[in-house]
Design a protein around this ligand. Structure first.
Ligand SMILES: Cc1cc2nc3c(=O)[nH]c(=O)nc-3n(C[C@H](O)[C@H](O)[C@H](O)COP(=O)(O)OP(=O)(O)OC[C@H]3O[C@@H](n4cnc5c(N)ncnc54)[C@H](O)[C@@H]3O)c2cc1C
Length: 308
């Protein structure tokens, strides 16, 4: 092992992706530091669905158990924000918000993403409980129920058509999105109702649903509302490293999670906005294996050179 850096790997983010990477790395006898700001993307929700063996767990329970597992293998977890990563493979420096820097041979960027939502009064406070975005996460619970879909970007039409698998009682509020004739026809053919007008407010009902207020005296009640958020990766700490990014701004990686900057890996929502918890977990584990193999390869060649 290399004693020239503080850690073999610094993992930025202790969500499913980062903790999974840390677990596999620690079990591979790597010296691992995890830094985290404690705000996983799904913290607004009561349950995690679609995770085999853990379906219906509370998000914080799943992550708390993950933390205990990695701590058991000697991983260090620090509550701090990573603010900047500089350097190159085998000698990266990570600056932390707690006025400290640490060095590492590899970096796992696993800080997730944040969801940008439409600016409608009352909406943010209902996000994750009554205002939702993912049919795989929440569709089953809302099957056959009355659902409002709020249009505010071009993703709404495919999202509404997909959601119509779970419920035929769908109403699309056009809000501030222009919906073309062809798209209207598609939605009408699928039995969706469209309502024009800009939404002014969304409020909780006493029976666990939502009321949408168009501000013209018209209100509509539903069991839940769906939106299509825009994801922004939480990885400004990589800014000076010039990792290649997709058009949507997410860092690109190879199949093992390595970015175009050697030694920097990215896993979970920070690189893949569609990754669910189980997918983010798998990406973390896959990257950890690739890192372990690359560290082992370097260690073997150092031994050969030194004639050990
Ligand atoms: C409302 C909602 C409900 C969802 N429900 C489900 C569901 O039922 N099933 C499912 O599979 N998926 C669900 N998801 C998706 C799920 O949230 C993501 O798949 C998952 O969070 C991705 O894990 P991650 O580790 O990539 O990121 P995250 O879980 O977001 O973890 C990233 C971590 O990095 C930390 N961090 C951020 N910036 C920094 C920094 N600079 N320095 C240090 N730490 C930092 C954050 O605080 C956070 O702890 C839901 C999403 C939302 C929004």
């Amino acid at each position: 092992m290399d004693g020239k850096t503080d850690y073999d790997v610094v993992v930025i983010g202790a969500g499913a992706a980062g903790l999974s990477a840390a677990l596999v790395l620690a079990r591979s006898l790597c010296r691992v530091l995890v830094v985290d700001t404690g705000e996983p993307r799904n913290r607004f929700s009561e349950h995690v669905h679609g995770f085999l063996g853990r379906d219906g767990s509370a998000p914080h329970t799943l992550l708390a158990e993950g933390r205990q597992e990695v701590l058991g293998y000697g991983v260090t977890i620090v509550e701090a924000r990573a603010t900047r990563v500089v350097g190159r493979i085998n000698r990266f420096t990570v600056d932390l918000s707690i006025k400290q820097s640490v060095t590492a041979r590899r970096i796992v960027s696993a800080a997730g993403m944040r969801d940008t939502l439409p600016n409608i009064a009352g909406l943010h406070s209902l996000w994750g409980t009554r205002v939702l975005h993912c049919p795989y996460c929440h569709g089953w619970e809302l099957r056959g129920r009355r659902i409002a879909v709020i249009a505010w970007n071009r993703h709404v039409v495919p999202a509404a058509l997909l959601l119509s698998r779970w419920s035929a009682r769908l109403t699309v509020f056009e809000h501030d999105q222009v919906i073309g004739e062809g798209q209207r026809r598609l939605m009408h053919a699928r039995g969706l109702t469209l309502i024009p007008g800009t939404l002014q407010r969304i409020m909780p009902t006493v029976v666990g649903g939502v009321t949408l207020d168009l501000g013209n005296g018209e209100t509509h009640e539903f069991d839940a509302a769906f939106v299509t958020p825009v994801g922004i990766p939480n990885d400004s700490y990589l800014e000076s490293l010039d990792c290649q990014r997709s058009g949507a701004g997410f860092v690109s990686t190879d199949d093992a999670g390595e970015t175009t900057v050697a030694g920097i890996f990215a896993v979970g929502n920070v690189t893949d906005p569609l990754a669910q918890v189980i997918g983010a977990t798998a990406q973390g584990a896959r990257a950890a294996q690739a890192i372990t193999e690359s560290l082992a390869g370097e260690e073997v060649s150092v031994s050969k050179t030194s004639g050990d």
